[in-house]
Design a protein around this ligand. Sequence first.
Ligand code: FES
Length: 335
Amino acid sequence: MSYEVTVQPSGHIFELAENETVLDGALRHGILLPYSCRGGSCGTCFGSVLSGKINFPDGLPMGLMESDRDAGKALFCVATAESDITIDIREVRRIQEIEVKTLPAKVISVKKLAPDVMEVRLALPPTQRLQFRAGQYIDFLLRNKRRRAFSIANAPVNDEFLELHIRHVEGGEFTSMVFERFHVKTLVRIEAPLGNFYIREESNRPLILVAGGTGFAPLKGMIEQLRSEEDTRPIHLYWGGRAKVDLYHLELAESWAREERFEFIPVLSDKAEGDNWQGREGYVHSAVARDFPDLSGHDVYMAGPPPMIVAATAAFVAQGLPREQLFADSFEFSD
Ligand code: FES
């Protein structure tokens, strides 16, 4: 049995699946209720129940007093609904309202996606969750105040881990360490979430997402979030690599493209001998420019190395894309 949740003062309405917590349901629909621990202790998701009936399946949470509950207050990360409900809680409106935290984290898996790309998944301590927007990044905090930045490759709707795609830079101190010494249980320190690269919900323009190499990572997080929210905007994903091996999640992207509103265009700029390739060739931004002579009615999100971002910006603006409809995550590969 599902119930309807109305959030005040925003007026947002969403469906809650059976036994789903109010917070989980909200995040699944892209509604940003504030949270931190997701376990009923920190109080960040505190709010009021204005009408209807809620339940705490695991009993009164640690962070809520009986008197609060009796006064109609709740911690929505551990509350389920027993009827349609109306709640009062201030949604996170601006990305700056999301708390940036310094946290210990533990590697829970490492997997080679390509000879030079490693997927690393991190888990936070059991009492901690990280609130973030799909597309943001984390910094690894290293000795001597050094940092290395990597985009989060999963969506907040699946925030029980943080997924990163780390490209090995020849001779790079940190990425060599990842490839040679990271294993399950390696402990790290991170600061997160960071950055302003996230999907703007106020637009309903079709989306063009452009990735260069591991620039695929933040876009993957965005796509996972958009799919979970049942956002209906058309999505055109362009992913450029030099050779086929650089498109390390080809099957995943192709599986998204089975949806009618989703188009996936892989592009190789320097295909390797032996690449069995019938697809597009050249620079990825040139492929976009060729397909969309008029970009004025689209929002473009792109992630990749600076030369790609610079060339793409010039090409897209020349084809009518207003600057305020262009969002870029330009990164040097962390060494
Ligand atoms: Fe900490 Fe709900 S997020 S109590």
